[in-house]
Ligand binder design. Sequence first.
Ligand code: ZN
Length: 298
Amino acid sequence: MRFLTFTAPGESSPRVGLLNAQQQVIDLTQVAGKPPFDPRDLLSLIAAGDEALAWARKVAASSGQAALDPAKLRLLAPIPRPRKNVFCVGWNYLEHFAEGEKNRAAKVDYPAHPVFFSKAVTAVMGPYDPIPVDATLTTTLDWEAEFGVVIGKGGINIKEADAMNHVFGYTVINDVSARDIQRRHGGQWFKGKSLDGTCPMGPHIVTRDELDPASLGIMCRVNGVTKQDSNTSYMYFKLPRLIAELSLGLTLEPGDVISTGTPPGVGSGRTPPEYLKAGDVVETEIAGIGVLRNVVCG
Ligand code: ZN
């Protein structure tokens, strides 16, 4: 199943939708019968677990549900405000680690464990929202196409063998990064990656049963020119390892989001470096999930 969060024309409050076989949106607030979750909040659906999925599956299978044209709706991030910062993984594609070498002051060995950092929840925005760029804050805004994983069943100290049972589904994320801010503050990966509007997400979440994450194309295009073109099969630390290590002594909750790292082809790794400017159109795609399309606005 594919879930999304949207607002209806003329409204501002979010609703949860389910895509039907015709790629039309079934508004879960309008389905007859009380759902076992709040149909205005995808976090609530995710937290309700199997019961919610069974209810949604019945809705998807029943004919005659009124459906909306997604082109007429404003899509928000599937989870407009996660419970926690979006967890991110640095350097999870070897070629991306290598392309960053020239920007590092000292030689760094490839880490033996995943490198984690996070993006502020206020950075999250919808799949077609504009990416704001303020030239007084940053002149080196960069793209990072990433495969996003949404936690279903929460847990702590999750074992690798059990990790995939804790996944709700998958989505597309761009970990938009202000490189100058990233470097100015001691090379950390928080401040430079947490500006408002630097975490476009969506367009929906595909449930785990529908998609094999082992080998999915991952692409980023800027103004129609392909900048990143890779595959999730090149992820160094795979999902079970990421979930196991992240959850060591740290409780993962339903709806937590993990962005699993970017492949090579980011702007700062290019010669000469390339950065986003007002008017640029950034398209971020994961095969089998969908495409984010964000215009940079100054
Ligand atoms: Zn990233």
